[in-house]
Design a protein around this ligand. Structure first.
Ligand code: GLN
Length: 304
Protein backbone atom coordinates (compact mmCIF):
# COMPACT_ATOMS: atom_id res chain seq x y z
CA UNK A 1 0.00 0.00 0.00
CA UNK A 2 1.42 3.39 -1.01
CA UNK A 3 0.46 5.34 2.10
CA UNK A 4 2.25 8.48 0.95
CA UNK A 5 0.09 8.56 -2.17
CA UNK A 6 -3.10 7.85 -0.18
CA UNK A 7 -2.42 10.76 2.18
CA UNK A 8 -1.78 13.11 -0.73
CA UNK A 9 -5.04 12.09 -2.42
CA UNK A 10 -6.92 12.69 0.83
CA UNK A 11 -5.38 16.13 1.31
CA UNK A 12 -6.57 17.09 -2.16
CA UNK A 13 -10.06 15.62 -1.69
CA UNK A 14 -10.76 17.34 1.63
CA UNK A 15 -9.33 20.74 0.68
CA UNK A 16 -12.76 22.10 -0.42
CA UNK A 17 -14.09 21.29 3.08
CA UNK A 18 -11.53 23.30 5.03
CA UNK A 19 -13.65 26.42 4.85
CA UNK A 20 -16.93 24.78 5.90
CA UNK A 21 -16.07 24.22 9.56
CA UNK A 22 -16.05 26.74 12.37
CA UNK A 23 -13.14 27.17 14.81
CA UNK A 24 -13.89 26.79 18.53
CA UNK A 25 -14.46 30.46 19.36
CA UNK A 26 -15.80 29.82 22.89
CA UNK A 27 -12.12 29.62 23.84
CA UNK A 28 -10.96 33.05 22.58
CA UNK A 29 -7.35 31.93 21.95
CA UNK A 30 -8.53 29.10 19.67
CA UNK A 31 -10.63 31.52 17.62
CA UNK A 32 -7.37 32.95 16.26
CA UNK A 33 -6.30 29.70 14.52
CA UNK A 34 -6.27 29.69 10.72
CA UNK A 35 -8.85 27.25 9.31
CA UNK A 36 -6.77 26.52 6.23
CA UNK A 37 -4.39 24.35 8.29
CA UNK A 38 -4.50 20.65 7.49
CA UNK A 39 -2.05 17.99 8.60
CA UNK A 40 -2.01 14.23 8.83
CA UNK A 41 0.49 11.74 10.22
CA UNK A 42 0.44 7.96 10.00
CA UNK A 43 2.77 5.86 12.16
CA UNK A 44 2.78 2.12 11.61
CA UNK A 45 3.76 -0.35 14.32
CA UNK A 46 6.79 -1.30 12.23
CA UNK A 47 7.94 2.32 12.62
CA UNK A 48 7.15 3.74 9.20
CA UNK A 49 6.10 7.41 9.13
CA UNK A 50 3.97 9.07 6.46
CA UNK A 51 2.77 12.66 6.58
CA UNK A 52 1.10 15.46 4.60
CA UNK A 53 0.44 19.14 5.21
CA UNK A 54 1.05 20.84 8.55
CA UNK A 55 1.82 17.64 10.43
CA UNK A 56 4.71 19.36 12.25
CA UNK A 57 2.75 22.36 13.53
CA UNK A 58 1.79 22.28 17.19
CA UNK A 59 -1.91 22.68 18.00
CA UNK A 60 -4.09 22.61 21.10
CA UNK A 61 -4.92 18.96 21.77
CA UNK A 62 -7.89 19.88 24.03
CA UNK A 63 -10.07 16.80 24.70
CA UNK A 64 -7.58 14.38 23.18
CA UNK A 65 -5.76 14.77 26.50
CA UNK A 66 -8.73 12.97 28.14
CA UNK A 67 -7.29 9.69 26.84
CA UNK A 68 -3.95 10.38 28.54
CA UNK A 69 -5.73 11.47 31.72
CA UNK A 70 -7.74 8.25 31.83
CA UNK A 71 -4.68 6.11 31.06
CA UNK A 72 -2.73 7.75 33.88
CA UNK A 73 -5.64 7.37 36.33
CA UNK A 74 -6.28 3.72 35.41
CA UNK A 75 -2.53 3.00 35.59
CA UNK A 76 -2.53 4.40 39.13
CA UNK A 77 -5.91 3.32 40.55
CA UNK A 78 -6.93 0.49 38.22
CA UNK A 79 -10.67 0.02 37.82
CA UNK A 80 -11.73 1.83 40.99
CA UNK A 81 -11.83 4.87 38.65
CA UNK A 82 -15.04 3.42 37.24
CA UNK A 83 -16.81 3.64 40.60
CA UNK A 84 -16.97 7.38 39.94
CA UNK A 85 -17.43 7.55 36.17
CA UNK A 86 -19.41 5.25 33.89
CA UNK A 87 -18.52 3.81 30.48
CA UNK A 88 -21.70 4.48 28.50
CA UNK A 89 -22.01 6.81 25.49
CA UNK A 90 -23.82 9.97 26.49
CA UNK A 91 -25.53 10.85 23.21
CA UNK A 92 -25.21 14.45 24.40
CA UNK A 93 -22.76 17.27 23.61
CA UNK A 94 -19.36 17.14 25.33
CA UNK A 95 -20.22 19.97 27.71
CA UNK A 96 -23.76 18.94 28.59
CA UNK A 97 -25.01 19.09 32.18
CA UNK A 98 -28.43 17.46 31.86
CA UNK A 99 -27.64 13.82 32.64
CA UNK A 100 -25.55 14.74 35.66
CA UNK A 101 -28.52 15.76 37.73
CA UNK A 102 -30.73 12.74 37.19
CA UNK A 103 -27.77 10.36 37.35
CA UNK A 104 -26.66 11.66 40.76
CA UNK A 105 -23.42 13.32 39.70
CA UNK A 106 -21.88 10.23 38.06
CA UNK A 107 -20.76 11.20 34.52
CA UNK A 108 -21.64 8.86 31.66
CA UNK A 109 -18.02 8.40 30.59
CA UNK A 110 -14.48 9.80 31.03
CA UNK A 111 -14.38 11.42 27.57
CA UNK A 112 -17.07 14.05 28.10
CA UNK A 113 -16.12 17.11 30.14
CA UNK A 114 -17.88 16.04 33.35
CA UNK A 115 -16.11 12.65 33.26
CA UNK A 116 -12.72 14.20 32.58
CA UNK A 117 -13.26 16.63 35.45
CA UNK A 118 -13.77 13.66 37.80
CA UNK A 119 -10.58 12.10 36.41
CA UNK A 120 -8.76 15.41 37.05
CA UNK A 121 -10.07 15.24 40.64
CA UNK A 122 -8.70 11.67 40.97
CA UNK A 123 -5.28 12.72 39.59
CA UNK A 124 -5.23 15.65 42.00
CA UNK A 125 -5.77 13.26 44.92
CA UNK A 126 -3.31 10.60 43.73
CA UNK A 127 -0.28 12.64 42.63
CA UNK A 128 1.73 15.17 44.62
CA UNK A 129 2.30 17.41 41.57
CA UNK A 130 -0.19 16.22 38.92
CA UNK A 131 0.53 19.10 36.53
CA UNK A 132 4.20 18.18 36.37
CA UNK A 133 3.66 14.43 36.46
CA UNK A 134 1.09 14.54 33.64
CA UNK A 135 3.57 16.33 31.38
CA UNK A 136 6.23 13.79 32.31
CA UNK A 137 3.81 10.99 31.40
CA UNK A 138 3.29 12.54 27.95
CA UNK A 139 7.03 13.07 27.55
CA UNK A 140 7.55 9.36 28.21
CA UNK A 141 4.77 8.31 25.82
CA UNK A 142 6.18 10.43 22.98
CA UNK A 143 9.88 10.66 23.75
CA UNK A 144 9.53 14.43 23.22
CA UNK A 145 10.43 16.41 26.32
CA UNK A 146 9.62 19.84 24.86
CA UNK A 147 5.84 19.22 24.92
CA UNK A 148 4.26 21.78 27.24
CA UNK A 149 1.12 23.55 28.42
CA UNK A 150 0.07 26.75 26.67
CA UNK A 151 -0.59 29.09 29.60
CA UNK A 152 -2.35 31.64 27.38
CA UNK A 153 -4.87 29.03 26.16
CA UNK A 154 -5.43 27.70 29.69
CA UNK A 155 -6.02 31.22 31.03
CA UNK A 156 -8.25 32.10 28.08
CA UNK A 157 -10.47 29.08 28.72
CA UNK A 158 -10.51 29.57 32.48
CA UNK A 159 -11.78 33.13 32.08
CA UNK A 160 -14.96 31.89 30.37
CA UNK A 161 -15.23 28.32 31.66
CA UNK A 162 -18.57 28.78 33.38
CA UNK A 163 -20.10 25.51 32.19
CA UNK A 164 -17.17 23.41 33.34
CA UNK A 165 -17.34 25.23 36.68
CA UNK A 166 -21.06 24.45 36.89
CA UNK A 167 -20.37 20.76 36.26
CA UNK A 168 -17.75 20.48 38.98
CA UNK A 169 -20.02 22.26 41.45
CA UNK A 170 -22.99 20.04 40.59
CA UNK A 171 -20.89 16.88 40.98
CA UNK A 172 -19.44 18.17 44.24
CA UNK A 173 -23.00 18.62 45.57
CA UNK A 174 -23.48 14.86 44.95
CA UNK A 175 -20.18 13.99 46.70
CA UNK A 176 -18.39 12.91 43.51
CA UNK A 177 -15.71 15.64 43.71
CA UNK A 178 -13.18 15.53 46.56
CA UNK A 179 -10.85 18.48 45.93
CA UNK A 180 -11.41 22.22 45.62
CA UNK A 181 -13.39 23.28 42.53
CA UNK A 182 -10.81 25.91 41.51
CA UNK A 183 -7.92 23.45 41.72
CA UNK A 184 -9.70 20.89 39.53
CA UNK A 185 -10.63 23.48 36.89
CA UNK A 186 -7.07 24.83 36.79
CA UNK A 187 -5.66 21.32 36.30
CA UNK A 188 -8.27 20.37 33.67
CA UNK A 189 -7.77 23.56 31.62
CA UNK A 190 -4.02 22.99 31.68
CA UNK A 191 -4.41 19.39 30.52
CA UNK A 192 -6.56 20.63 27.60
CA UNK A 193 -4.06 23.37 26.70
CA UNK A 194 -1.19 20.99 25.86
CA UNK A 195 0.17 21.56 22.37
CA UNK A 196 1.44 18.77 20.17
CA UNK A 197 2.02 18.12 16.48
CA UNK A 198 0.27 15.37 14.49
CA UNK A 199 3.51 13.42 14.58
CA UNK A 200 3.88 13.72 18.36
CA UNK A 201 0.28 12.63 18.91
CA UNK A 202 0.74 9.69 16.54
CA UNK A 203 3.79 8.71 18.61
CA UNK A 204 1.75 8.86 21.83
CA UNK A 205 -1.15 6.88 20.37
CA UNK A 206 1.24 4.27 18.98
CA UNK A 207 1.41 2.99 22.56
CA UNK A 208 -2.34 2.39 22.43
CA UNK A 209 -2.10 0.77 18.98
CA UNK A 210 0.56 -1.46 20.55
CA UNK A 211 -1.75 -2.70 23.34
CA UNK A 212 -0.29 -0.36 25.93
CA UNK A 213 3.37 -1.12 25.23
CA UNK A 214 6.09 1.38 24.29
CA UNK A 215 8.48 1.05 21.37
CA UNK A 216 12.05 0.87 22.44
CA UNK A 217 11.94 -0.90 25.75
CA UNK A 218 8.52 -2.55 25.32
CA UNK A 219 7.61 -0.78 28.56
CA UNK A 220 3.98 -1.47 29.49
CA UNK A 221 2.14 1.75 30.20
CA UNK A 222 -1.09 -0.22 30.49
CA UNK A 223 -1.93 -3.86 30.96
CA UNK A 224 -3.56 -5.70 28.05
CA UNK A 225 -6.91 -5.52 29.82
CA UNK A 226 -6.56 -1.80 30.63
CA UNK A 227 -5.65 -1.04 27.02
CA UNK A 228 -8.64 -2.99 25.66
CA UNK A 229 -11.02 -1.17 27.95
CA UNK A 230 -9.67 2.29 27.11
CA UNK A 231 -9.86 1.49 23.38
CA UNK A 232 -13.47 0.35 23.85
CA UNK A 233 -14.32 3.69 25.49
CA UNK A 234 -12.61 5.51 22.59
CA UNK A 235 -14.82 3.66 20.13
CA UNK A 236 -18.08 4.14 22.01
CA UNK A 237 -17.50 7.59 23.56
CA UNK A 238 -14.59 9.29 21.77
CA UNK A 239 -16.74 11.63 19.70
CA UNK A 240 -19.54 12.64 22.09
CA UNK A 241 -22.88 12.59 20.30
CA UNK A 242 -21.13 11.67 17.08
CA UNK A 243 -19.49 8.47 18.35
CA UNK A 244 -21.94 6.35 16.36
CA UNK A 245 -21.24 8.33 13.20
CA UNK A 246 -17.45 7.96 13.65
CA UNK A 247 -17.72 4.18 14.14
CA UNK A 248 -20.13 4.07 11.18
CA UNK A 249 -18.05 6.05 8.71
CA UNK A 250 -14.44 5.59 9.96
CA UNK A 251 -14.48 2.39 12.03
CA UNK A 252 -11.57 3.04 14.40
CA UNK A 253 -11.29 3.80 18.12
CA UNK A 254 -10.28 7.45 18.45
CA UNK A 255 -10.59 10.75 20.23
CA UNK A 256 -11.25 14.27 19.04
CA UNK A 257 -10.62 17.70 20.54
CA UNK A 258 -12.03 21.16 19.85
CA UNK A 259 -8.57 22.25 18.69
CA UNK A 260 -9.46 20.30 15.52
CA UNK A 261 -7.30 17.25 16.17
CA UNK A 262 -8.41 13.63 15.94
CA UNK A 263 -6.22 10.69 16.97
CA UNK A 264 -7.23 7.17 15.96
CA UNK A 265 -5.73 3.70 16.20
CA UNK A 266 -5.96 0.39 14.42
CA UNK A 267 -4.72 -2.01 17.12
CA UNK A 268 -1.63 -3.99 16.05
CA UNK A 269 -1.26 -1.87 12.91
CA UNK A 270 -1.05 1.92 13.20
CA UNK A 271 -1.84 5.21 14.86
CA UNK A 272 -3.20 8.01 12.70
CA UNK A 273 -3.67 11.69 13.52
CA UNK A 274 -5.34 14.46 11.57
CA UNK A 275 -5.57 18.17 12.34
CA UNK A 276 -7.98 20.60 10.72
CA UNK A 277 -9.29 23.36 13.03
CA UNK A 278 -12.70 23.89 11.40
CA UNK A 279 -15.29 22.00 13.48
CA UNK A 280 -18.73 20.61 12.64
CA UNK A 281 -21.74 21.36 14.82
CA UNK A 282 -20.86 18.47 17.19
CA UNK A 283 -17.44 19.98 17.96
CA UNK A 284 -15.46 17.46 15.89
CA UNK A 285 -13.09 18.41 13.06
CA UNK A 286 -15.19 18.53 9.90
CA UNK A 287 -12.48 17.85 7.31
CA UNK A 288 -10.66 15.60 9.81
CA UNK A 289 -13.61 13.21 10.06
CA UNK A 290 -13.83 13.05 6.28
CA UNK A 291 -10.07 12.51 5.92
CA UNK A 292 -10.18 9.54 8.29
CA UNK A 293 -13.20 8.08 6.53
CA UNK A 294 -11.34 8.34 3.22
CA UNK A 295 -8.24 6.75 4.77
CA UNK A 296 -9.98 3.64 6.11
CA UNK A 297 -11.92 3.29 2.84
CA UNK A 298 -8.90 3.66 0.56
CA UNK A 299 -6.65 1.40 2.65
CA UNK A 300 -9.38 -1.19 3.40
CA UNK A 301 -8.58 -0.92 7.08
CA UNK A 302 -10.88 -0.52 10.06
CA UNK A 303 -11.50 -2.68 13.09
CA UNK A 304 -14.42 -4.32 11.30
N1 GLN B 1 -11.24 22.42 26.99
C1 GLN B 1 -12.43 22.12 26.25
C2 GLN B 1 -13.65 22.28 27.15
O1 GLN B 1 -13.60 21.94 28.28
C3 GLN B 1 -12.33 20.72 25.70
C4 GLN B 1 -13.53 20.35 24.90
C5 GLN B 1 -13.24 19.44 23.73
O2 GLN B 1 -12.13 19.39 23.21
N2 GLN B 1 -14.28 18.81 23.26
O3 GLN B 1 -14.68 22.74 26.73
Amino acid sequence: MDYEQVLQEIQLEVSPLLNDGKVADYIPELAKIDKSNFGMHLLTLDEQNFAVGQSQVKFSIQSISKVFMLAMAVGECQYSVFDRVNVEPSGDPFNSLVQLEYESGIPRNPFINSGALVIADILLSEFSNPKKEFLQYIHRLTGVSSIDYNETVATSEKALGYKNAAMVNLMKSFGNIHNEVEDILDLYFHFCSIEMTCEELARAFRVFANHGRGVVDSYSYLSESQFKRIAAIMLTCGFYDEAGEFAFSVGLPGKSGVGGGIAAILPNKYSLVVWSPGLNNKGNSLAGMKALELFTTKTHTSIF
